[in-house]
Design a protein around this ligand. Structure first.
Ligand code: SAH
Ligand code: SF4
Length: 338
């Protein structure tokens, strides 16, 4: 088992059987986490890149079984920020020193590509990177957004298990999700994907396949989140995902794709106290503080009890583990060849 860790540290490649072996054996966890931490230090350094997250609409036409924003959740109190509010929030973040603005929402058709493009152009008047997380759109819409100045896009594959994907995503398809990711890559976006860990019926085998998919896509960013049940969804009574397993998937992803950006996800910090710092010491190098105004933030309830962190607490926490806040945009080093 230790030889497998040595191998992936050097070659950044494992096959499915090897990934399954490492994911199934809990006696090597500490070694795996330190290997990922070493590779993180060597390949992307000790700087932590901060991304200002703006959750600009919780209106969603989809019905993902795990998510509190799903269209059929009648208990969700819906909101949509105006273009002015979005740009204003971005400016507040920029004045605080953030160099990346992440615009995230449900799949809200009100925000057509043209509407979003106008917002992106306004934010891009400042010297910042813009990341979008607005779900599945056509190639042409992704192109409009790219031309407006969007730099990066986050679209998790969620799970590469075709049957499970089908069960959890009514009227959606794994193939289309993959096509969207390839389209984003082709258009020159820094492309982020990732998966949920601990979905009902998800297997270790399929998590290994998820990691292989990240490698095949040559993703530039990967976000791994433990699944957290939300009571107003069909998975309301399911068990939470396992933090350690999510951490292992993340650590193996760092070892397989050494130069990418990996956030310590909010779901990790929500599930376990100090989860953020543990993730940052097991392969992660990004944190996404929430900048959404409080009234709305409470309503953007993808899962319950989502934690937030303020800048000064974060800075203090990071310095305790010997990490510093980056002052640049923190582009993915995965694309250093471009
Ligand atoms: N609508 C967009 C962006 C918002 S959802 C999209 O789907 O891409 C952002 C992410 O939240 C999703 O990719 C999913 O992985 C995560 N998420 C949704 N429900 C969750 C839950 N119950 N627990 C943990 N993460 C969840
Ligand atoms: Fe909508 Fe995204 Fe939630 Fe799915 S995960 S219901 S697309 S907000």
């Amino acid at each position: 088992m230790e030889n497998l860790i040595k191998k992936v540290k050097k070659e950044h490649l494992l096959n499915k059987e090897e990934l399954v072996e490492l994911l199934s054996d809990n006696s090597i966890n500490e070694k795996l986490f330190s290997a990922a931490d070493e590779i993180r230090h060597e390949c992307v350094g000790d700087e932590v890149h901060l991304r200002a997250l703006i959750e600009f609409s919780n209106i969603c036409k989809r019905n993902c079984f795990y998510c509190g924003l799903r269209a059929e959740n009648k208990n969700a109190q819906r909101y949509r920020l105006t273009a002015e509010q979005i740009v204003e929030t971005a400016k507040i973040a920029i004045n605080k020193g953030y160099k990346t603005i992440v615009l995230q929402s449900g799949e809200d058709s009100f925000f057509s590509a043209e509407r979003l493009a106008d917002i992106i152009k306004k934010i891009k008047q400042c010297d910042v990177a813009v990341t979008l997380g607005v779900g599945e759109l056509s190639f042409d819409d992704y192109k409009i957004l790219k031309n407006a100045g969007a730099d990066r896009f986050l679209l998790r594959i969620e799970t590469t298990d075709e049957n499970l994907y089908k069960k959890l995503h009514p009227n959606m398809s794994l193939n289309n999700r993959k096509q969207c990711l390839y389209n984003l890559k082709e258009l020159g976006y820094e492309t982020g994907t990732g998966c949920l860990v601990g979905l009902p019926e998800q297997t270790i085998d399929s998590l290994a396949e998820d990691i292989l998919f990240f490698k095949e896509l040559n993703a530039d960013m990967i976000g791994i989140g433990p699944f957290i049940p939300h009571k107003d969804t069909p998975l309301g009574n399911a068990q939470s995902g396992d933090f350690t397993l999510a951490l292992k998937v993340m650590a193996l992803t760092r070892l397989m794709l050494p130069y990418i950006n990996i956030p310590a996800t909010t779901a990790m910090e929500t599930l376990v106290p100090n989860g953020r710092n543990i993730a940052l010491q097991s392969g992660a190098n990004v944190v996404m503080p929430n900048m959404t105004a409080m009234d709305y933030r409470k309503k953007y309830e993808i899962y319950p009890d989502k934690v937030s962190v303020d800048y000064s607490t974060l800075k203090e926490n990071l310095s305790k583990i010997g990490r510093i806040i980056s002052k640049d945009k923190g582009n993915s080093k995965n694309r250093r060849d471009i």
